[in-house]
Design a protein around this ligand. Structure first.
Ligand code: PMP
Length: 339
């Protein structure tokens, strides 16, 4: 018999899939690492497991404890799965711009979810960062993983994502691209890949409304770069400890609209039904690749999560039109044509 003792043993070892249509006309081989194959449907399962196991080893998390995190949903999902396996309770604080689907999924897994306002600064007591920190102080035997500054996040990718990509590409990878939120994915993976081959080029994907690109290029934390945006999971108005800027060679910014349109193309043209930040990563990576890659180059792009969580947003034509991301004529429905 071949079986796992628990679902969490199925975390990692996700497939690498060639992009065929959306990459047409671009030199080199473009591969996507499809992280929705993780049991929680996102890359965040990897860091959830590592942060919890490191906390157990350090004696911070004890039997019967409560895990409290400010999460946009995917980390919550990973933490909830690992918590069930190991017998912990979970409380999550989320920003109100997050998909209702993500919140519903966390509640389905038995977690308590507290919805906080998006457009307040992180230090505001109502922000999801502040609420998570306060609950951690108030609730005895609670653990606040803090995926932004907890370096177990980056380490999870150094130990799993990086080695998987190196082995899957037989060491032939030349370019690595990933969206940057907490920075764990790009920094941990890049560290491993650059240790194997210092010439691997690392491309960070940022959003308009986030501080990363400007900070990387100038060393200035420019508050004028901060404004509301819609893409979920990437871009920040803080500098998390997990972003190691020295490992990132270049940042590309992608608009909400370009990210949304590319995500829909990935579903329709590559059968990759993935999340919004995946479209951002692919759009930004291909823009870079078009100008800079050569025929023998191999690029790996991380696709962090699954499309289900965005069905009522970017996969909904009316929502897309309401946001000016689609013209009416772009996606005529059968009903429109009969009229
Ligand atoms: N995309 C999605 C959907 C995410 O949830 C996250 C995590 N915030 C990222 C991309 C970015 O990954 P990281 O936090 O490792 O930088």
């Amino acid at each position: 018999m071949q079986y796992y003792q628990h679902l969490i043993e199925a975390i990692g070892n996700t497939p690498l899939v060639k992009l065929n249509k959306v990459s047409q006309g671009i030199p080199g081989t473009i591969l996507a690492k499809v992280e929705y194959f993780n049991p929680g449907n996102s890359i965040k399962d990897r860091i959830a497991l590592k942060m919890i196991e490191d906390a157990e080893k350090a004696g911070i998390l004890k039997p019967g404890g409560t895990i409290i995190e400010g999460t946009s949903g995917n980390t919550g999902m990973g933490l909830a799965l690992v918590a069930i396996a190991k017998g912990y309770k979970c409380i999550f604080t989320v920003a109100d711009k997050q998909s209702q689907e993500k919140i519903n999924v966390l509640r389905a897994l038995g977690a308590e979810v507290i919805v906080c306002p998006t457009n307040v600064p992180p230090e505001d007591p109502r922000s999801y960062y502040s609420v998570a920190k306060r609950l951690n102080r108030e609730i005895p035997n609670s653990f606040y993983p803090n995926q932004y500054d907890n370096l177990s996040n980056k380490q999870a990718h150094y130990e799993s994502t990086g080695p998987e990509i190196w082995q899957q590409t037989d060491g032939k990878i030349t370019h690595f691209a990933a969206g940057v939120g907490t920075g764990g994915t790009i920094s941990g993976t890049a560290q491993y890949l650059k240790e194997q081959n210092p010439n691997v080029f690392v491309l960070g994907i940022d959003t308009y409304g986030s501080v990363f690109k400007k900070y990387h290029e100038t060393g200035i934390f420019d508050e004028n770069e901060i404004y509301p945006y819609l893409t979920e999971g990437i871009g920040e108005d803080i500098l998390p400890k997990n972003v190691d800027f020295s490992l990132i060679d270049y940042f590309v910014k992608v608009t909400d609209k370009d990210a949304a349109l590319m995500t829909r193309r990935l579903a329709r043209e590559e059968a990759l039904f993935v999340g919004w930040s995946c479209g951002a990563a692919v759009h930004g990576a291909l823009e870079y690749a078009r100008e800079n890659m050569k025929e023998d180059d191999v690029m790996v792009i991380i696709l962090p999560d699954h499309g289900t969580r965005y069905l009522n947003k970017i996969y909904n034509d009316d929502w897309m039109r309401d946001h000016g991301f689609l013209e009416r004529r772009d996606f005529a429905t059968a009903r429109d044509i009969i009229r």
